[in-house]
Design a protein around this ligand. Structure first.
Ligand SMILES: C[S@@+](CC[C@H](N)C(=O)[O-])C[C@H]1O[C@@H](n2cnc3c(N)ncnc32)[C@H](O)[C@@H]1O
Length: 254
């Protein structure tokens, strides 16, 4: 039996993913899709999580098979529940419960999307992941993803903190992150979630922990795609991250 638990390190945060990011992700994907030529063969959405981009694409392009890749069990619970709720999409959307590098099928889509997902790929699986994504495309197909995955800062070592909160009826979910990265790219992140009642009493508190090894989330994305024959066709502003860009890559037709 396959164990998908390594990919479930995000289980605590997964329960709050839609509450904290759903509206932003929806705005992002709805702003981007009108700028993309409609696929005809199929779509592969890598790192589908709770499925907001996957389902938006399925609704936008009815009749086009949509494949979602999601290795995290907790994210798949949300994804499969939403697909089941939208009964008409259940025949259109196929879910692959694997990591992207484990996909073996080739030449079955003309659009691959990877929204906020490639930065999570383990360095050991980076080359195989890109082979799978490019290999999934028919000649002439397109790949849309962030233009960069957070290159190393010049001074390398960095500490990032953030805090936010979300209302849920009478309650408030506070969320915060602390990420430390050493000059060699290694480090760790702790994400904390605190669920407070109307009087501010703590009802639930939990944490996600991540460790990253040297090189994690700092691959040369453009160079890696060019080395596989992909051609950068167009840049798009990222509606979810001011100043950030996405790139539409094309696999040459011949
Ligand atoms: C930050 S979420 C992004 C979700 C979604 N694409 C969106 O825009 O809201 C990243 C997702 O990628 C998944 N993921 C992590 N490693 C992966 C891998 N090697 N292959 C495919 N998906 C992966 C995670 O489980 C997570 O659900």
């Amino acid at each position: 039996m396959r164990h998908t638990d390594p990919y479930d390190a995000i289980a605590v945060g997964a329960q709050f993913y839609e509450l904290n990011h759903g509206a932003q992700v929806r705005h992002r994907v709805e702003s981007l899709l009108p700028h993309i030529s409609p696929p005809r063969v199929g779509v592969l959405d890598v790192g589908a999580a709770s499925g907001t981009p996957t389902l938006a694409m399925a609704r936008t392009w009815p009749g086009v098979p949509v494949h979602a890749v999601e290795p995290s069990r907790s994210m798949r619970i949300a994804l499969l529940t939403r697909i089941a709720e939208e009964g008409d999409l259940q025949r259109q959307v196929t879910v692959h419960p694997v990591a992207a590098h484990e996909l073996t099928r080739t030449g079955f889509v003309d659009l691959v999307t990877a929204f906020w997902a490639l930065g999570m790929v383990e360095p050991d699986h980076w080359e195989a992941t890109l082979n799978a994504l490019v290999g999934a495309l028919v000649p002439g197909g397109a790949l849309l993803t962030e233009s960069s995955l957070g290159e190393a800062e010049e001074d390398a070592a960095a500490v990032q903190d953030y805090r936010g909160s979300t209302r849920l009826g009478e309650h408030t979910i506070e969320h915060g992150g602390h990420v430390e990265t050493a000059p060699d790219g290694s480090g760790y992140g702790v994400f904390t979630y605190r669920w407070l009642d109307a009087d501010g009493h703590l009802l639930y508190e939990d944490h996600d922990h991540y460790e990253h090894r040297p090189g994690h989330a700092r691959p040369d994305l453009a160079g890696s795609l060019e080395a596989r024959g992909m051609v950068a066709e167009r840049e798009l502003d990222d509606p979810a991250a001011p100043g950030a860009r996405l790139t539409l890559w094309r696999r040459p037709a011949t």
